[in-house]
Design a binder for this molecule. Sequence first.
Ligand code: ATP
Length: 331
Amino acid sequence: QKRVAVLTSGGDAPGMNACIRAVVLACEQNGHECIGYKHGYNGLLNQEYTEFTADIIHNLIQQGGTVLHSARCLEFKTQEAAQRAASNLDALNIDTLIVIGGDGSFRGAMHLSNHWDGQVIGLPGTIDNDIAGTDATIGYYTAIETAVSSIDKVRDTADAFERLFLVEVMGRHAGFLALSAALASAADYVVLPELFNGEEETLNDIHAQLTVRRELRGNISYIIVLAENVWPGGINDLSQRLNALTNSEVRPVILGHVQRGGSPVSQDRILATQLGAHAVSLVGKPVNAVMVGEVNGKPCEVPLPMTWESTKPLDESAVQTMQALINSRYA
Ligand code: ATP
């Protein structure tokens, strides 16, 4: 029997609760005790934790957000903080710490592991899907759904006035969410960090595509999905420059934090449940400083540094399909 602690850190993502639930239930089934640290690494530094009860776990799978709360904790980057966290974990006789979060949280987990003898396991929880070593991250599928349903609504009003809309989608510095949202919402164009060739080239390309469509079909609505952090001057700058170039009103829409919220879709619930259970199956085994991910439907263990040292590429066939649709005259 071991003592396990779990925390959620960094940007919150739908399905973090489902993952906490999976960890707690798997611990119970395997005879381990489980506590939850609150507010990410802050809880670890301040010894702020909670015991889990049946009331906390009941219905948790369907709730957005995280009952343990998430937070950033700049202080955790210091050596002193990692040592304090290690002695706090030892004071509670914790054998294994499970960290649900993104690549920053995994750097933190590795940092702790360098100062603590216990076992550290990461679980990928972020809407960005920007973690190498796993096909998908917990929260990514729900964020796609949220973005798509928002873009569907933008399309209704865009069609009514035959307007150009620019919709900014999250993703940090990766284009997974923007590409998937663009494909599923039948966006007319998408601007992705992985394929960005500079401002002038992008502006000219959009203008050329729009001109072809307009020559064929007259004034039409046109939806451009923009991944956040790609356009150097931000969405308003792109909007104004497109306005001038195309001689049409361009409306910018930033989807923002709604993409982090909501009840997780079934894919995220299943991923969270499978990964959480697999992480607990490793408790007490000679495996340390790994992330548990899923590749081709199978759980796998990846050394934590690999999750941020290699860059996960966009799906090549999805890129090609999107490109063909952008060039299509009838889309
Ligand atoms: P997301 O990408 O979804 O926002 P994330 O986990 O990458 O999630 P970050 O804000 O980058 O979010 O990191 C979360 C926390 O992890 C930080 O606030 C900090 O406490 C810790 N952390 C990040 N980088 C390091 C590091 N190099 N050393 C120690 N701790 C770190």
